[in-house]
Design a protein around this ligand. Structure first.
Ligand SMILES: CC(C)(COP(=O)(O)OP(=O)(O)OC[C@H]1O[C@@H](n2cnc3c(N)ncnc32)[C@H](O)[C@@H]1OP(=O)(O)O)[C@@H](O)C(=O)NCCC(=O)NCCS
Length: 243
């Protein structure tokens, strides 16, 4: 999907909407440190390299800022909890709705997706050369994905691999299980001729009908994917914003 990443100050969500915020992590502002919890500040201080510290501060402060805006509360009053597999979530409600979100960051870019009452997962990768993709695919991907990847011309293999990877990561992030959900148990489309789809998940016979998958292009240097819990028949309105 081609996004027009416009600056925005609209923090209203409807149940059929997904808001995706793009955040550049190369610019830390003074307020950002102030909105972090003591634990987040301690975590940031543990980074050895300043650029990793900065990225961590900007990403977490932006998440708190946006949650504060949606909920009309002070970012510091937000209690960020994590599931047993590490997925952050909140218990504060958006009206009568659950405000659900997911964060991804790679290099200098982060994406933060928000929905109401729907699981959502987002993933980005900075384009780079990943070595040994055939073996990674063979080890982790579903058999159908491995076979399809073999048909891709060498010149397109890296980008195609990352497309498949981000779509798969978005799914395991949406369900919150991370890599404890084996990547070979489910299959996504990724060839240029195929629309973005989750084809099946062995642990959920209804999965192909219950999820909608989208490509995101945060910038030409990045590839991204988003998946949201929505029946194929539902009209989902994806709105891209720049923080
Ligand atoms: C969380 C996970 C699913 C993805 O991590 P990732 O792709 O490295 O990182 P992302 O930037 O996309 O996501 C990290 C964010 O996801 C969120 N997250 C953490 N655990 C999560 C989970 N179980 N489910 C959903 N979201 C999770 C957090 O907000 C985290 O950011 P934060 O720590 O700054 O708050 C993890 O299982 C993982 O480590 N994956 C392997 C990554 C890898 O090997 N990549 C190689 C690419 S070729």
């Amino acid at each position: 999907m081609n996004c027009d990443w416009q600056k925005s100050s609209i923090y209203k969500l409807e149940p059929n909407q997904v808001d995706i915020w793009r955040v550049w992590l190369d610019h830390e502002e003074s307020w950002m440190w102030e909105v972090l919890s003591a634990e987040e500040q301690a975590r940031a201080k543990r980074f050895k390299f300043p650029r990793h510290r900065r990225r961590s501060i900007v990403a977490r402060a932006s998440l708190r800022h946006l949650l504060g805006q949606y909920l009309s509360i002070d970012p510091l009053d937000i209690t960020l909890l994590t599931t047993q597999h590490g997925k952050p979530y909140i218990e504060q409600l958006y009206g009568t709705h659950e405000l659900m979100f997911n964060v991804t960051h790679s290099h200098e870019c982060a994406l933060i997706a928000f929905t109401l009452d729907r699981l959502v997962g987002v993933d980005i990768e900075h384009y780079r050369t990943v070595s040994d993709i055939e073996n990674i695919a063979k080890q982790f991907f579903a058999a159908g994905e491995v076979a399809k990847l073999r048909t891709v011309a060498e010149a397109n293999k890296q980008a195609t691999f990352l497309k498949c990877w981000t779509r798969k990561e978005a799914f395991i992030k949406a369900i919150g299980e991370g890599l404890s959900h084996p990547l070979h148990q489910f299959e996504v489309t990724f060839l240029p001729t195929e629309a973005p789809r989750l084809l099946y998940d062995q642990s959920d016979p209804k999965a192909a009908d219950d999820w909608q998958l989208f490509d995101l292009t945060p910038d030409e240097a990045y590839i991204g994917a988003l998946i949201v819990a929505a029946q194929q028949s539902e009209l989902i309105d994806l709105r891209c914003h720049q923080l």
